[in-house]
Design a protein around this ligand. Sequence first.
Ligand SMILES: N[C@@H](CCC(=O)N[C@@H](CS)C(=O)NCC(=O)O)C(=O)O
Length: 243
Amino acid sequence: MTPPLGAELVDRSPSAGDVTLFGHWICPYSVRVSFALAQRGIVHDVVDVPPTAARPRGFVVPTEFVEHSPRGEIPMVRIGADYRADSLPILDWLEESFDGRSLLPADEVGRALVRDRTVWIDAHVFAPMIGIYYGTDETRIADASTSLAAGLAAMGEWLEESPWLAGQEPTVAEAAVIPVYVRLDALRRLGFAGPVDPRVAEHITRCTALAGWNAVAWTDEQSSDFVGRFERYRAARRAQSQG
Ligand SMILES: N[C@@H](CCC(=O)N[C@@H](CS)C(=O)NCC(=O)O)C(=O)O
């Protein structure tokens, strides 16, 4: 069997146990970091910290997380004795901290393109994605759905030029968008009605062959758990607004 792209990488982290991700599968920002760690072959530990809304009753938030997280948000990463929060700065920090398969091109022009596209994805793809599942009325859900389809179509234009979002190799831009791909089925069940640009559909297929994909792909159970949570959230908000 051909190993997935990136799987042949040698771990160059100082030693196992030096890198810890505090995160959770349901958090799209954590998924970005999980993907990047796995794609780059950086050996790491994971401390499961569900977002507040998804914490089981009695969940004890680890003291290390409380002490070092500036805003109480996941993802947070520890490398040695240093900590960082916020997914996109964490991705940059991983680039600075580890050799090996980089998710940034070597040249400055290429790097600038990755940064521009990553920020664009955050505003025009991630934001409508979140708008869909936090949408509580049909109009807002439909508007977010239209915006997400438009964002994906714009990404399709980039993919006309190259197989990856910002060039000939997977980059931080792939890490930025991967949570959208991971939850696409769940988004459909929560109201995403728009088409997925065919060039993006092909890109999704390419992404599923990456080593990082295996670390973040959802099972059907995870998709259903996610959908169920947001259906209950919507029902509760509707009941609130009627009462
Ligand atoms: N800008 C941050 C956003 C992170 C974020 O919003 N994380 C959520 C979970 S998905 C969180 O931890 N919220 C606080 C909470 O659940 O208490 C990033 O890019 O990492």
